[in-house]
Design a protein around this ligand. Structure first.
Ligand code: SF4
Ligand code: SF4
Length: 278
């Protein structure tokens, strides 16, 4: 048995229910495994958001719920003295509130900032995956229970037939920055990489609906195809990062247009005007 949470960022709608459920469970009261989470300054279920895009009207927001990843080989555990951080048989990583006294290094060692230093109590703290509730027979952590959109799936990672294992097997696993190459019991799926976008017009300010847009990566040769929508807009999401792309826009009766763009950041490429073929 190895407990885990799969976080499908594509399903997260930034409602903050999981954030609030975590605060409700851990703020103001200690459990057998943790001191109370302070009301401010600590986010055991942290919702990381960032704006994507460089043009008003084409801005999107990415939302990545980020609790402790419960690493298989945790950096926080490596620096802890006296067994202040330990891994349970079910894979959950716990910081002992008594033994972690004075060990700020534990909080500093986490590569994703998921462990916090409590200045007042002089202890390190973080998400317990609600292990204290699971031990009492609860079926899942409070954050998972509160999610209205099944963005969080809890279960046994060692069971290939569990819902969580199937979800991970079928999804695009995207490790967090700082945890690349590290096996974790909290697994993020579908964190977006980079998008390119544009708008295509016809003469007389008409938008071009259904123009085909083909993006080819100059380095890897990978091809992404899409079409302009009812507003003449196109978008290619989740492209390989830091690559150069050739872009060809085609529509029957009009001359093709060639563009190029880099995926160093989410980028609105161009407003393209198609000219009649003759
Ligand atoms: S994510 Fe950070 S706090 Fe959690 S187990 Fe890994 S190193 Fe420790
Ligand atoms: S409860 Fe679910 S949908 Fe809401 S912020 Fe958390 S993960 Fe996202």
């Amino acid at each position: 048995m190895r407990y885990g949470i799969a976080i499908d960022t594509a399903r997260c709608m930034a409602c903050y229910n999981c954030f609030m459920a975590c605060k409700d469970e851990h703020c103001g009261h200690a459990s057998k495994l943790s001191a109370p989470q302070p009301h401010t300054g600590q986010f055991w279920m942290n919702i990381i958001e960032w704006e994507r895009g460089d043009r008003p009207g084409n801005i999107k927001v990415a939302t990545v719920p980020t609790p402790c990843s419960h690493c298989q080989d945790p950096s926080c555990m490596k620096v802890a003295k006296n067994g202040a951080v330990y891994k349970r048989d079910d894979g959950i990583v716990i910081i002992d509130p008594e033994k972690s006294k004075g060990q700020k290094a534990i909080a500093d060692a986490c590569p994703i900032g998921a462990a916090f230093w409590n200045e007042e109590l002089q202890i390190a703290q973080k998400c317990t995956m609600c292990a204290e509730l699971l031990d009492e027979g609860y079926k899942m952590p409070r954050c998972v229970e509160s999610c209205p959109n099944q963005a969080l799936i809890f279960g046994d990672l060692d069971d290939p037939n569990s819902e969580i294992s199937k979800k991970i097997a079928a999804g695009k696993v995207t490790p967090l920055k700082g945890l690349e190459g590290i096996e974790t019991n909290v697994v993020h799926l579908n964190i977006p990489s980079v998008f390119l976008a544009g708008t295509v017009y016809l003469p007389d300010d008409e938008v071009a609906i259904g123009a085909s847009v083909t993006l080819t990566c100059k380095e890897t040769g990978s091809v992404f195809k899409t079409e302009t929508n009812w507003a003449g807009d196109w978008e290619a999401e989740d492209l390989e990062k830091d690559k150069e792309f050739d872009i060809v826009i085609e529509m029957d009766g009009y001359k093709p247009v060639k563009l190029s763009a880099k995926t160093d950041t989410d980028h609105f490429v161009d407003e393209t005007l198609l000219e009649p073929a003759k």
